[in-house]
Design a protein around this ligand. Structure first.
Ligand SMILES: Cc1cc2nc3c(=O)[nH]c(=O)nc-3n(C[C@H](O)[C@H](O)[C@H](O)COP(=O)(O)O)c2cc1C
Length: 205
């Protein structure tokens, strides 16, 4: 597949079919993840693949996703926001629990931090986070190539998740990514369109 085609095809998907992803497709995407640029040349990343309901439930409990907001409260919260952004949040927020439970696999992307996130003072201190996101993008594009999609969920209670899943304390979690084949009724959200020419600045802003 052409790179451009995979880039166009990749979208965030939160509704999945009940269909297992062949291990070789996940392996291919992880292999390509490891080709991403990395700030210290070391590619200090790990992938934890969760398939069991038991461990998906642990994630949901750690993130307290069982507490949901009703549609009216959500509507009120986003009433003054950009319409396309609002459409996305009203679609996404109620699905945070369901997408973890229904995805055939949930992939946890782990990285070794240089500076602890809490101690970071400069963008430079976050090079490890920037690098793991380059890896995540390769991973998502490579899944899209095989009609597999994901949603990058950012956990809040990382210490608890690490403890529950035996991930070493000194490592960080960049994202929890439910992945799977797109459900037939998955809603297609508009992507915010950008006039790229306006965003390119030559010599000076
Ligand atoms: C850093 C980052 C954090 C995100 N966090 C979440 C999240 O917690 N839950 C969720 O459903 N989607 C999350 N997303 C997905 C975005 O909502 C999605 O990428 C965005 O709406 C653009 O849509 P697209 O990926 O289909 O182009 C996140 C994406 C990024 C890059």
């Amino acid at each position: 597949m052409e790179l451009k085609e995979a880039i166009e095809k990749r979208r965030t998907v939160r509704d999945f079919q009940d269909k297992v992803i062949p291990g070789n497709i996940l392996k291919y995407a992880i292999d390509n993840g490891f080709k991403a640029p990395t700030y210290n040349h070391l590619r200090e990343w790990d992938f934890v693949i969760i398939n069991s309901m038991e461990n998906k439930l642990k994630l949901i409990e750690s993130e307290r996703l069982d507490q949901s907001l009703d549609a009216n409260t959500l509507e009120a919260l986003f009433r003054n926001e950009d319409e396309i952004m609002k459409e996305m949040y009203l679609e996404a927020i109620p699905k945070q629990k369901k997408m973890i439970l229904e995805a055939p696999s949930v992939v946890i992307v782990v990285f070794k931090p240089k500076t602890r996130v809490a101690d970071a003072k400069r963008i430079y201190d976050l090079n490890c986070l920037a690098s793991v996101w380059a890896c995540i993008q390769n991973f998502l594009l490579s899944l899209a190539e095989h009609d597999v999609y994901g949603v990058t969920f950012i956990p809040q209670n990382i210490s608890l998740i690490k403890r529950n899943l035996g991930i070493p304390e000194e490592l960080e979690i960049a994202s929890i990514i439910p992945v799977g084949y797109k459900a037939e009724n998955a809603k297609a959200l508009s992507q915010k369109s950008v006039n790229v020419t306006d965003r390119i600045h030559y010599e000076q802003w």
